[in-house]
Design a binder for this molecule. Structure first.
Ligand SMILES: Nc1ncnc2c1ncn2[C@@H]1O[C@H](COP(=O)(O)OP(=O)(O)O)[C@@H](O)[C@H]1O
Ligand SMILES: O=C(O)C1=C[C@@H](OP(=O)(O)O)[C@@H](O)[C@H](O)C1
Ligand SMILES: [Mg+2]
Length: 167
């Protein structure tokens, strides 16, 4: 949350001339409900089930940049689909940077807690090793503007991306 997957992903797709799919936005369009409303009505398990179904569908596609939500990697099936079919960029950001970027944001249900720093640190401890284990390209966007990060990623992805055999 707040690493820049949605904003940098959109710009990177533009730069690569590929379709951009943001999984949270796609879920919202499909259900007609915002992510916080889905969490409220169906809980996190309901959201995760919808997220997994969407990722299974989206990852059958190609010529696209896909931004998942930060928790998508908790599901082994999602991890497998992303790694098998995609070139996975791990967009890194410090907890401090996440806190600053999301200070006024109320659209992340997992941050609707009294101590956001504590929550983000716990999520980073749980998820960091998973992200690192999946990444084809770890990329630290700390301190970089969205456009600069997208431009650097364009260069790095362009030189390192190898289309998976199955694509
Ligand atoms: N590199 C960046 N520099 C400055 N602001 C950023 C950067 N990346 C994201 N932001 C801002 O942080 C907020 C969250 O970014 P977002 O793209 O939604 O992240 P994610 O999808 O990883 O949760 C947005 O307001 C966005 O404009
Ligand atoms: O980290 C998470 O578990 C989540 C991250 C969100 O997406 P972003 O990572 O784009 O904020 C969104 O999928 C949902 O609020 C859950
Ligand atoms: Mg996002």
């Amino acid at each position: 949350m707040g690493a820049g997957k949605t904003s940098i992903g959109r710009k990177l797709a533009e730069r690569l001339g590929l379709v951009f799919v943001d999984c949270d936005h796609a879920l919202e369009a499909r259900t007609g409900a915002t992510v916080p409303v889905i969490f409220e009505l169906e809980g996190e398990p309901g959201f995760r089930a919808r997220e997994a179904a969407l990722i299974a569908e989206v990852m059958q596609g190609k010529d696209q940049v896909v931004a998942t939500g930060g928790g998508a990697v908790l599901d082994p099936g999602n991890r497998r689909r992303l790694c098998e079919r995609g070139f996975v960029v791990y967009l890194q950001a410090s907890v401090q940077q996440q806190l600053e970027r999301l200070a006024r944001d109320r659209s992340r249900p997992l941050l609707a807690v009294p101590d956001r720093r504590e929550r983000l640190e716990a999520l980073a401890a749980q998820r960091g090793p998973i992200y690192a284990g999946m990444a084809d390209l770890p990329f630290n966007a700390d301190g970089l503007a969205v456009a600069t990060a997208a431009e650097r990623l364009f260069t790095e992805v362009g030189s390192q991306w190898r289309r998976p055999e199955a694509a």
